[in-house]
Ligand binder design. Structure first.
Ligand code: SME
Length: 164
């Protein structure tokens, strides 16, 4: 089965996200395997938006451990509070970094990365906790803005239904 995303009228980034969202939801809904969902989520986001590096780090004890991703080899383990990923986990909110060299403690998995966004993915249910983070890197400065934040948080909400 070949899967194709259809972004017929999308010319702006926001329109692309808006058209992508329901298609993404139908792709991952009713899949009861966390790794399978995150793997296809990484592939879908890379395919549609062409991100330089896109992937997930999953919470295991006091660390984030590398999960499904698309892009070059990345660091395996990030401690809570460390780097952009560890900070987004600890603070429980999205962090946008326009210039990674200006973020104290940024962890450089690729010297080509210039800007970054990290979005926590919470568990669903009454007392949500961070289950993993969605990390996206760009080779350009200041790639990510409030539009990315808004729609990537919606994507994180959809993913939270698949995390146990
Ligand atoms: N830059 C991240 C580390 C992960 S890589 O970008 C894939 C950070 O500072 O947490």
């Amino acid at each position: 089965m070949e899967h194709q995303f259809i972004l017929s009228g999308a010319s702006t980034k926001e329109e692309r996200y808006r058209e992508f969202l329901p298609q993404f939801e139908s792709l991952v809904s009713d899949v009861d395997d966390e790794i399978a969902v995150l793997a296809n989520a990484a592939a879908a986001l890379r395919e549609v938006f062409g991100f330089f590096w896109i992937g997930f780090y999953r919470v295991k004890g006091d660390c984030l451990i590398l999960g499904p991703f698309q892009g070059s080899v990345a660091c395996f383990r990030i401690k809570k509070g460390k780097g952009v990923c560890g900070a987004a986990w600890e603070q429980g909110h999205t962090i946008i970094v326009p210039d990674v060299d200006k973020f104290p403690g940024h962890i450089a998995c690729s010297s080509l990365s210039r800007s970054e966004i990290v979005v926590p993915v919470f568990s669903s249910g009454k007392e949500p906790v961070v289950k993993c983070v969605l990390d996206i890197d760009s080779e350009q400065y200041a790639t990510f803005d409030d539009v990315d934040k808004c729609y990537l948080e919606k994507i994180a909400d959809i993913l939270s239904q698949s995390l146990y």
